[in-house]
Design a protein around this ligand. Structure first.
Ligand SMILES: Nc1ncnc2c1ncn2[C@@H]1O[C@H](COP(=O)(O)OP(=O)(O)OP(=O)(O)O)[C@@H](O)[C@H]1O
Ligand SMILES: [Mg+2]
Length: 372
């Protein structure tokens, strides 16, 4: 069993007394003032619960188990500690002398898709250099597709990346069922709608897409591309909506481009294949490939740049980040998502504020050695 799923299992065991509140959608926070005094915030109201931990030992064991994942423990000197539960919920623990009547713990629950980049880093989903690269790419308004298999963490990564979009930009979010939680002020969320029992009133992703273009967004975020709307998305991306993003089911970057093409062909619009391919390749700048590992870990396995079509009319890509073997601390081999040595074609096109974000971690990727 992987460390992450083992962690989830032991936590579930130790937190048994409050498990039902953690699972309860209407509860946003669980506050444990002591083993026998547990409050929850339900629909914004503070409520005392009948829940209790068996005794102080059990309660402390539960906290120690949560802290273990962050490498800390109640025995440490630190009086105030922050940690997270496997689902992304934030935990804050205060112990004496700061907490004068014994250790208190508060769990601020987070919806699953609220995993942010910090938490994805803690889960080992991506490396610091890959993160920095993506941060610059989002700021620089690259069009990004997150590709991966079922439940590989695509939506979570898209959500985390969306947090990097400047606050003042106007975003339109298009989804089949609302999952993404954008933090910007200026967000218009459109959700598709099934037909009523008379077969009327259905609104598909594709119609939403057309409507979104009239709403003058700076960027369009599409939860998942899976049909004819691919064509609208491609055209939006090539016509002044730089920085748009979405997810797509595919097991490799080239596979993602081919699927996008196939889906665009599903629209009734007639377009020569060569023209469509060149639109696909100019629309998509980057593909972030995700994969779900045995044991439940989710990893970014590649960050790939889409190049202009080759002479023979085929897609061409260039891996900027890929998993490479490195020696780990224990002297064994581990895979680490690292720079392949290929420069990004973004190099030299960055604005000054984007260049300013580039540190030593990625200056090679952006070709900024010595000047950035
Ligand atoms: N980086 C990650 N590490 C560990 N767990 C993750 C990670 N990202 C997402 N998860 C968990 O994996 C599950 C699926 O995540 P998510 O919905 O983001 O995947 P998806 O690829 O969009 O799935 P789908 O194929 O259903 O669209 C969720 O329970 C989520 O909490
Ligand atoms: Mg998804």
């Amino acid at each position: 069993m992987s460390t992450a799923s083992l962690f989830a299992k032991t936590i579930d065991h130790y937190l048994a007394p409050i498990r039902s509140y953690l699972a309860d959608e209407s509860v946003s926070e669980v506050m444990v003032n002591g083993p026998e005094e547990i409050y929850v915030e339900r629909d914004g109201e503070l409520v005392k619960t009948p829940a209790v931990f068996d005794d102080t030992e059990t309660y402390h064991a539960a906290i120690n188990n949560i802290l273990q994942f962050t490498g800390k423990s109640l025995a440490d000197d630190e009086a105030l500690v922050d940690a997270r539960l496997p689902d992304g919920s934030r935990v804050h623990v205060a112990k004496s002398p700061c907490a004068r009547h014994g250790t208190v713990m508060s769990i601020r629950k987070f919806a699953k898709s609220m995993l942010d980049l910090d938490w994805l880093m803690e889960l080992g989903t991506l490396t610091p250099e890959a993160r920095e690269f993506l941060e610059v790419a989002v700021t620089a308004e690259r069009n990004i597709l997150v590709a991966g298999g079922t439940s590989s963490g695509k939506t979570s990564l898209l959500n985390a990346l969306s947090a990097l979009i400047p606050r003042d930009q106007r975003l339109v979010v298009i989804e089949d069922s609302a999952e993404l939680q954008l933090q910007q002020d200026h967000v218009i969320s459109l959700e598709s709608k099934a037909a009523d029992r008379f077969g009327r009133g259905a609104v598909g992703i594709r119609e939403l897409f057309r409507s979104s273009l009239r709403l003058r967004p700076d960027r369009i975020i599409i939860g998942e591309v899976r049909g004819g709307e691919a064509l609208e998305m491609i055209q939006a991306m090539t016509s002044g909506h730089g920085g748009s993003m979405g997810t797509l089911h595919a097991n490799a970057p080239l596979d993602a481009l081919n699927r996008l093409e196939t889906m665009a062909l599903m629209s009734e619009v007639e377009l020569p294949l060569s023209a469509l391919r060149s639109q696909v390749s100019s629309a998509i700048d980057l593909i972030v490939q995700m994969s779900r590992q045995i044991g439940g870990r989710r990893l970014v396995t590649q960050i790939t740049e889409v190049l202009p079509l080759g002479d023979h009319g085929y897609y061409q890509t260039r891996d900027l980040f890929a998993q490479q073997q490195v020696s780990d601390d224990a002297g064994g081999k581990a895979l680490w998502l690292s720079w392949t040595g290929e420069p990004s074609s973004m190099a030299g096109r960055l604005r000054s504020e984007e260049q300013a974000r580039v540190t030593r971690l990625t200056e090679g990727v952006f070709g900024l050695d010595g000047e950035g």
